[in-house]
Design a protein around this ligand. Sequence first.
Ligand code: KG4
Ligand code: ZN
Length: 342
Amino acid sequence: MDEEFVKILGIESSCDDTGAAVLNNHTLLSNIIAGQQVHKEYGGVVPELASRAHQQNIVPVVDVALNKAGIDKSDLHAIAFTKGPGLMGSLLVGGTFAKSMALALGIPLIEVNHMQGHILAHFIKTEGEPYNPPRFPFLCLTVSGGHTQIVLVEDYLKMQVLGQTLDDAAGEAFDKAAKIMGLPYPGGPLVDKLAREGDRSRFQFPAPHAPGLNFSFSGLKTSFLYLVRDETEKDNLFVSKFTADLCASFQHCVIGVLMEKLRMASEQTGIKEIAIAGGVSANSALRQTLKEEAKNMGWNIYIPKMEFCTDNAAMIAITGYYKYQKKEFAGASSVPSARYEF
Ligand code: KG4
Ligand code: ZN
């Protein structure tokens, strides 16, 4: 590579967070995210409203990211954006903006797979903090609102999905359980918080079954729904009396399944370098369980910093950095893809 320092602007707009970040090689210069409160009252993301909010947020978010990084747009070497997977209307806003800006500046445009971004977030360097990225090959449990995957990561851009959910994603399961209890969207962080005060053995759910390294969470969601429905018929204060126990029991079941499959993947591949990524990797009980499991299994584990767990643009910029090194640039015909796979 000719340049010693490569400055990449990453743009993320796959769901309901508008993000822009600047990296100088691996080092983070800025990471700005604008969430969208508008979905709260609907109990989930409303695609049309998400696209409109991205449209409003994208210019100020990119502006603040450049300012905070202390650079001018003319200092950028490339622009990386989320091509997919995600909501088409949301992706179009970030993708069109990135394409226009790259064209105007005469610099390369780089397409990034959002799920690959979650994994490569482990390679972002934060000034003044220790830098211990995973060693190849490693396994990554990527758990978000839209995906649940176990990925074999052989190199920065060489990844293979070993197993994934056949129905709901782990984050989606958290959000749906929260909704059943009348908690606002997104429910995952709330379930995590409330579960800390709860008894995880109060309620039992049938362990979900899916073949091999795949997952299934829809049955668990249904048994949770039936429990709440049946018990509320007997006592309409059931949920408010047992919210913490319901959260703790549900969370315990989800984490149990995730850990079981991760153990299987490690045994099958012989790989003991284990990472987690995605929004659900922010879950405090999952992070704690992984630490305990690491001791039992002799794993080296990699847990992302909180700001890199949920959707962010720094993970898009770091993936862009590795693609920049390989000169994997997109042409003017680049378009988002709602079901983009790697
Ligand atoms: O990666 P992400 O920000 O967006 C997607 O790519 O989907 O993940 C969002 C998901 C949501 O389902 C949210 O409820 C869940 O991650 N989540 C959590 C926690 N923080 C976020 N789930 C459980 N515990 C948490 N602390
Ligand atoms: Zn995500």
